[in-house]
Design a protein around this ligand. Structure first.
Ligand code: UD1
Ligand code: CA
Length: 464
């Protein structure tokens, strides 16, 4: 049996009061729509997923283009029923269709599969995924035929609830399954005769029941999975729920997270067992952390790969970088994009790196800037060393070999190369190549005048 998935994502999201389309707002560091596409992609191939776009369509398409899904345009947003009408041609060749909402991001693949099985077992014309949340206000309510039967009479939107129906606690998730032929046969019966003047997909329930078809509903195990994000407050609540789940998942894998409620861990972050994460740490984007690491408080790591046994001390900022096994970083280190820190290397306090590759065991322990630099294994970069990589117009590279000693407070004016085993005297300004095993000292000679200070003091006394 062939299955198409339609994801409704054309709406503006008026209640968010935002310039950004609703489905591109994020929870767990990822757009709402990307979450829904990920859940759908585990059920069908991307080519069988049709995302209905409309408001800022190009922006929405661009944001998820790499997933390989297909797009259907709903030029004017006349309601959820109209969104599916726009996808009619796209889904016509499939036996069945699953309709998802682009603003219901926490939906799990397992729940969709359970719903799909239920739909097939029931042989229903429409199956509605529902939930009973703490507060059903704002959602469409599902009116069942009997108290405990699966069958549904209708879905009634909040604005249209009749007296007595407000107490119905079972909400419509905005997720449905239909046999395509049955859906397409009745889809043009939707009208916009409600207070919003929209074509409501929810009206399909009543239309199908009136046509003698079977409409059923299945409750999701956890209400949070099907909650929508219509306001900033709802988005923040979903974000917190998702982050808490992510933290629980990592802890179940053997990761220790102290005060997980203070940490911000994005949905796709991976961490291996025996790693310890202290309070107020942020792990963002596609960050991967190996086993046995210690990530101390207030560190922010984004899109970076950390190998096993790494120590990252307090308050480091690490972006688009990689760190080798057993390296030690921080406190207060700033690893900007393109930093590749080798195994057992040390990056100490107030060190900034950018597009800098450090070999195994290299050390830059204090107050240093290393930009556009390649630094060999075992090399020691003294306190206050600066790679002068920018001439005001272009960036230039510094290449330092293995086992080099760069004395404190030296400036290395790029482009420059320093050979293996060389020594740079402290306080040098190095502008020309230093061959291997050489000593380079680039500073003015010291002048010492014996007794000068004592003489100055006695002269000052006489003046008084
Ligand atoms: C909808 C349901 C409601 C349900 C709730 C669950 C209807 C009429 N109501 O209400 O019963 O409880 O979802 O979250 O369907 N969209 C389009 N084109 C449009 C309008 C909307 O693609 O013309 C998309 C939106 O981008 C959104 C989804 O459809 O992703 C749902 O629309 P939204 O306006 O949020 O519906 P709700 O009022 O939440
Ligand atoms: Ca919604």
């Amino acid at each position: 049996m062939s299955l198409a998935i339609v994801i409704m994502a054309a709406g503006k999201g008026t209640r968010l009061k935002s310039q950004r389309p609703k489905v591109l707002h994020t929870v767990g560091g990822k757009p709402l729509l990307a979450h829904v596409i990920a859940a759908a992609s585990r059920i069908v191939a991307p080519a069988d997923i049709f995302v209905v776009v409309g408001h800022q369509a190009e922006r929405v398409q661009a944001a998820v283009a790499e997933t390989g899904v297909r797009f259907v345009l709903q030029a004017e947003q006349l309601g959820t029923g109209h969104a599916v009408q726009c996808a009619q041609e796209a889904i016509a060749g499939y036996d069945d269709v699953l309709v998802l909402s682009g603003d219901v991001p926490l939906i799990q693949t397992e729940t969709l599969e359970r719903m799909w099985d239920f739909h097939r077992e029931e042989g229903a014309a429409m199956t509605i995924l529902t939930a009973v949340p703490e507060d059903p206000y704002g959602y469409g309510r599902v009116i069942r035929t009997g108290n405990d039967g699966a069958e549904v009479q209708a879905i009634v939107e909040q604005k249209s609830l009749a007296r007595g129906q407000e107490t119905v606690g079972e909400i419509n998730s905005g997720i449905y399954a239909f046999p395509t032929a049955t859906l397409l046969e009745h889809l043009d019966q939707l009208t916009a005769g409600n207070s919003a003047g929209e074509y409501y997909l929810t009206d399909m329930a009543g239309i199908l029941v009136a046509a003698g078809e079977r409409v059923v509903a299945l409750k999701a195990a956890e209400a949070v999975e099907v909650l929508g994000a219509n306001t900033i407050a709802e988005l923040v609540a979903l974000d917190a729920a998702l982050r808490s789940k992510t933290a629980q998942k990592l802890m179940a894998l053997g990761v220790t997270i102290f005060s997980p409620e203070t940490c911000v861990i994005d949905a796709d972050v991976e961490v291996e067992a025996d790693t310890v994460i202290e309070p107020y740490v942020q792990l963002l984007g596609r960050t991967r952390i190996g086993a046995d690491c210690l990530i101390r408080s207030s560190t922010v790591i984004e899109n970076s790969t950390i190998a096993d046994g790494v120590l990252i001390r307090q308050s480091c900022v690490i972006t688009d970088s990689s760190i080798g096994a057993r390296a030690k970083i921080g406190p207060f280190a700033h690893l900007r994009p393109g930093s590749e820190i080798g195994e057992e290397a040390h990056i100490g306090n107030f060190v900034e790196t950018k597009k800098a590759r450090l070999g195994k065991g290299a050390k830059a322990n204090h107050l240093t800037y290393l930009g556009d630099a390649v630094i060999g294994a075992g090399t020691n970069i003294g306190a206050g060393v600066i790679t002068c990589n920018y001439d005001g117009v272009n960036k230039h590279t510094t290449v330092i070999g293995d086992g080099v000693f760069v004395g404190s407070d030296s400036t290395l004016v790029a482009p420059i190369a320093i050979g293996d085993g060389a020594y740079i005297g402290a306080g040098s300004c190095i502008t020309r190549e230093v061959p291997a095993d050489a000593l380079a000292v680039g500073r003015s000679r010291q002048v010492t005048k014996e007794g000068w200070a004592a003489g100055k003091r006695s002269r000052q006394k006489k003046e008084c």
